[in-house]
Design a protein around this ligand. Structure first.
Ligand code: FEO
Length: 399
């Protein structure tokens, strides 16, 4: 338990040993499940809970300050189980009103398996704790549909849910006392917030006129020193930077060289039509943050594979399963490949590109294991056709 502002306490739990969050998110320095207790002169509010396995330590932290039955409100800023997992245990020992955003009713029922008649709040709604007020700010899709912020104007503190958080744990809970966590902060943005850049900018607009000298997210460090510096980073990362050329990326898996030759011919057609092209042989391509940045900042994603046992080759699926943190809408997609007898790969790739919400204006092409000159001509023509869609596309291009 740490008092972070007069009568506002950190009652969260640290999990420094965790190395993988939600099965896929690497966390070299664990995480924290931040929860905050606001003790007003008349009422008491708890902001978020923690992941269920940490409930005992969490409850002990609260009870160092007040008994659970004294809690009047439990505010859940969104309902992902790492913050709502201990909610049912607090409700067992208190008559607290659960306060949620207007579109969170279904999520709360899924978590509790019953209706607890929550208080629904939206922009500018307030709760009065006596000497302290909690104002609510809707921040949808940061990163759940029900996400909201809570602001206490008497203390200039903003509680931001996962927004401006980081999977990071240190001895201190404050940014100015921690070792450097900038990598974790940026990585968290890229994994959690990147698909929702428009919503990031909308939320920043809602808070930028408020007096805030401390930002308390639900993971990682409390931003006590220069909190606006972190808001500015989000703003920079989320603001589109138009570029003056169209960019297509071509990825291919080509065990015998034929799919690579098709890739080169498609590239030639694109380049001759004025599109900037970058080619990636998936045999030597590392799928990391910088590659995802490049994909995000491209107008077209063109993917080819030889068919192996009726499927595309594994590096293709590694690529296509790594794109969920990127907004791919409005990008142009296209599939191609080579085959010896059955040739399923390009169709499977095309289906995946469509499922990822890319626009796929042209049906895939495929050729025999060693493409003929005619196959290469068709591939080049496909590149030229794609160029027309790419040049006319409105993908949110960035430099
Ligand atoms: Fe940390 Fe979206 O939960």
């Amino acid at each position: 338990m740490i008092e972070i502002k007069p009568n506002i306490y950190f009652v969260g739990v640290k999990n420094p040993e965790m190395r993988i969050f939600d099965v896929f998110f690497k966390t070299e320095r664990g995480t924290t499940y931040n929860s905050y207790l606001i003790v007003g002169k008349e009422k008491v509010a708890l902001i978020d809970t923690v992941k269920e396995p940490f409930k005992d330590e969490f409850i002990k932290n609260i009870e160092e300050i007040i008994p659970l039955e004294k809690i009047n409100y439990i505010i859940t800023l969104h309902h992902e189980p790492d913050h709502s997992g201990a909610l049912k245990y607090i409700l067992e020992k208190s008559n607290a009103k659960v306060v949620i955003s207007k579109n969170a009713g279904l999520f709360l029922k899924q978590i509790l398996h019953k209706d607890v008649n929550p208080m629904l709040v939206g922009d500018n709604d307030k709760i009065n704790l006596g000497d302290l007020t909690i104002e609510f700010i809707q921040a949808p899709f940061l990163h759940w549909p029900d996400t909201m912020f809570a602001y206490v104007p008497e203390r200039n503190i903003l509680f931001t849910c996962d927004f401006l958080g980081a999977h990071f744990s240190d001895n201190s809970i404050y940014n100015d006392e921690s070792i450097d966590f900038s990598y974790a902060f940026e990585h968290y943005y890229k994994i959690i917030m990147r698909p929702f850049k428009d919503y990031v900018l909308q939320a920043i607009k809602k808070i930028e006129n408020k007096k805030i000298d401390m930002i308390a997210p639900s993971h990682g460090m409390i931003l006590r020193k220069d909190p606006w510096k972190y808001v500015e980073l989000y703003k920079t990362w989320s603001t589109p930077k138009p570029r003056e050329f169209k960019r297509a990326l071509i990825f291919y898996a080509s065990p015998y060289g034929g799919t690579g030759r098709l890739a080169n011919s498609i590239a030639t057609g694109l380049v001759e039509s004025g599109v900037h092209v970058e080619l990636f042989d998936l045999a030597g391509t590392v799928i990391d943050d910088s590659l995802l940045d490049l994909i995000e900042n491209s107008d077209a994603l063109i993917v080819g594979s030889a068919t192996l046992n009726g499927d595309a080759i594994k590096p293709v699926w590694d690529l296509l399963s790594s794109l969920t943190t990127i907004n791919l809408r409005n990008k142009i997609g296209f599939a191609f490949g080579t085959f010896a007898w059955s040739g399923e790969a390009p169709k499977l790739i095309e289906n995946r590109l469509k499922d990822l919400k890319l626009k796929v204006p042209e049906t895939f092409i495929r050729a025999g294991i060693i493409p003929t000159e005619d196959d290469l001509r068709i591939a080049k023509e496909a590149g030229k056709k794609l160029a027309q869609y790419i040049i006319g596309s409105s993908s949110s291009a960035q430099a």
